[in-house]
Design a protein around this ligand. Structure first.
Ligand code: NDP
Length: 545
């Protein structure tokens, strides 16, 4: 059985090969299989079975709530009483209602299938991931940029030639939400059964690690939520490079889907789409009088024809700076991700998180649905409000752009700094010969990198931005989302609770992520992490926290 120190070290490829071969031989013999396993997965990060069971149901319901206030109240907060849910399920037409619907489900799953096909057949360099616990390093195709470009072109052409309405999402988001919830539950359950209960089937898989599979059936909720397998790979005997399901799910259908859905909402603004609305002039108070409105919503939508909700001719005058900016900013974020695709291989998502409901839903039901509705969905619904679309909030939109530019710059520079350093050193480079990227040199000068060499083998950077705070790379994201939310503010429109809701979620998520990472690293690096904490005392914000 491999020792912890040896298994987790990011050894160069050549050095890890004998370990891999030795382990494979042991696994292939299928003897002593049980002794190869060790419960080294993080436990209780989301408060065990009770916490994960709660989040499994609460988060989808919370997203339905946000969708409901968007589609029925232009983003105003309402009390979600029985009639709210009744309206959301029964009063809205197919597609807008959250009842499952074959059309949007087919569109959505076709999208997933085509994205998978893209990952499999499109050309791209192969890149080695970081070492698994057994020393092995998996290969990943780097064809994301091509896949992203083709996806964008395909969607534009399909709508240009009339195969799909450009504002399709505006009329079908309810059913798309429900499809994503069902798909995520089914996937999580399948992963739990196949890779969890039947983990022995996967002992010979190249990605098998000591902590895969179910250790205790009583941890059902925890295990379906947190996952029981880290890098499940499909079609191993068929494809030269097996299909890495977690990387695919994290990176392709959801991320690209998010920005395509945004574009569809932008088109809805262009085509002046608006839903029947019960709100009159000046009604933008925080808590709408829901009970009174509810009866109206049922009547408003009774017999309504969704094909009349959008105009046949479009106008750019409906698209304000906020809508254009947010569509571009999100699109650029994903473009950027694809341009520096290898950097993703060293992040928490790939390195540490297992693949369970947190990611099956997080990447699909949450990211590809909640992210678009929070900003672009909110803006697109303003066509139904008495003041029309948000087109003249220039001051707020400009503040938003400034916060975004600053955040995006920090995000990119900091994450790249760590990735390039680790990549250089992992591939046999030396600290003396390493030159920081120009973006870091601008701020910190052309200095040699400083780092802590841990006894576990990994290197922890302590210079440049990584010397300011241990998770300074989170500051960019935290600032960016505030910029997007500010850009959605307009004094003449409902207060942007939905964009702010996204910011609250994101801040909580990143802080919790920071805490999880600290706990994990402290366990992994022990005294070396303490040394690192002394060298870099702040967690996220230098001088404060
Ligand atoms: P990181 O990319 O910071 O990865 C954390 C890991 O990096 C640690 O577990 C550790 O892994 C290694 N590490 C920690 N400190 C150092 C150091 N000083 N030098 C070298 N390696 C170190 O974390 P995330 O994946 O959480 O975040 C990446 C980016 O993605 C952030 O900017 C974040 O804000 C963003 N993000 C965006 C989301 C969105 O929805 N838009 C969602 C989540 C994140 P090891 O075991 O290898 O040492």
């Amino acid at each position: 059985m491999a020792t912890k120190g040896r298994t987790a070290s990011p050894a160069p490829r050549e050095a890890s090969a004998p370990v891999v071969e030795a382990k494979k031989a042991t696994l292939d013999s299928k003897k002593n299989v049980d002794s190869l396993r060790k419960q080294t997965r993080p436990q209780g990060e989301f408060y065990g079975n009770i916490g994960t069971c709660f989040w499994t149901f609460f988060i989808p319901v919370a997203i339905y709530y946000f969708y409901g206030i968007m589609v029925m109240h232009q983003g105003r907060l309402v009390v979600p009483d029985g009639s709210f849910w009744h309206d959301l399920i029964y009063s809205l037409p197919d597609g807008l209602s959250i009842q499952p619907c074959w059309g949007p489900t087919t569109v959505s799953l076709t999208w997933v299938f085509l994205q998978a096909l893209g990952e499999i057949i499109l050309p791209g360099k192969l890149k080695e991931g970081v070492a698994l616990k057994g020393g092995r390093r998996l290969m990943y195709p780097m064809n994301g940029l091509l896949c992203f470009a083709l996806s964008n072109v395909a969607v534009v052409l399909l709508s240009y030639f009339g195969y799909i309405k450009p504002y399709y999402v505006f009329l079908n988001m309810g059913a798309l939400l429900t499809e994503s919830v069902i798909t995520s539950y089914v996937m999580a359950l399948w992963l739990y059964i196949d890779y969890g209960l039947f983990w022995r089937r996967h002992v010979g898989d190249e990605e098998f690690e000591e902590d895969h599979g179910v250790f205790n059936a009583g941890d059902f909720w925890n295990d379906t939520f947190m996952g029981v397998v880290r890098n499940p790979r499909l079609f191993a005997g068929i494809l030269k490079t097996p299909f890495d399901l977690k990387r695919f799910w994290n990176a392709r259908p959801g991320l690209t889907g998010w920005v395509i859905l945004n574009m569809s909402y932008l088109s809805a603004m262009y085509y002046n789409c608006s839903l029947p609305s019960a709100y009159g002039i000046g009604e933008s108070r925080f808590f709408a009088e829901h009970a009174a409105k509810s009866a109206t919503i049922e009547k408003l939508f009774a017999g309504a024809d969704p094909s009349t909700f959008c105009a046949s001719e479009g106008s750019f005058s409906n698209i304000g700076l906020a809508g254009a900016f947010i569509t571009f900013a999100h699109w650029y974020y994903i473009l950027d991700y694809n341009v520096v695709e290898p950097a993703y291989l060293t992040t928490t998502d790939i390195r540490h998180d297992l693949f369970g409901f947190m990611l099956t839903y997080g990447d699909w039901g949450f990211l590809s649905r909640f992210y678009p509705i929070s900003f672009m969905g909110f803006l697109a619904q303003q066509g139904s409000s008495s003041s029309g679309f948000i087109t003249s909030n220039y001051l707020y939109a400009c503040i938003g752009v400034a916060l975004y530019v600053n955040g995006m710059m920090l995000f990119r520079i900091t994450n790249l700094e760590k990735h390039l350093f680790r990549d250089h050193m992992n591939n046999g480079g030396s600290g003396d010969k390493y030159r920081s990227p120009w973006s870091t040199r601008i701020f910190f000068g052309d200095k040699k990198p400083e780092y802590i060499k841990t006894s576990e083998g990994s290197l922890l950077l302590t210079s440049g931005f990584w010397g300011l705070a241990r998770h300074f790379n989170y500051v960019g994201d935290l600032s960016m989302c505030i910029g997007w939310a500010v850009a959605c503010y307009s004094p003449d429109h409902p207060f942007p609770f939905m964009p702010i809701g996204y910011c609250i979620y994101f801040w909580l998520m990143d802080c919790h992520r920071c805490w999880r990472d600290e706990v994990r690293c402290s366990k992994k690096y022990g005294a070396d992490w303490e040394r690192y904490r002394q060298a870099v005392p702040y967690a996220i914000v230098p001088g404060i926290w």
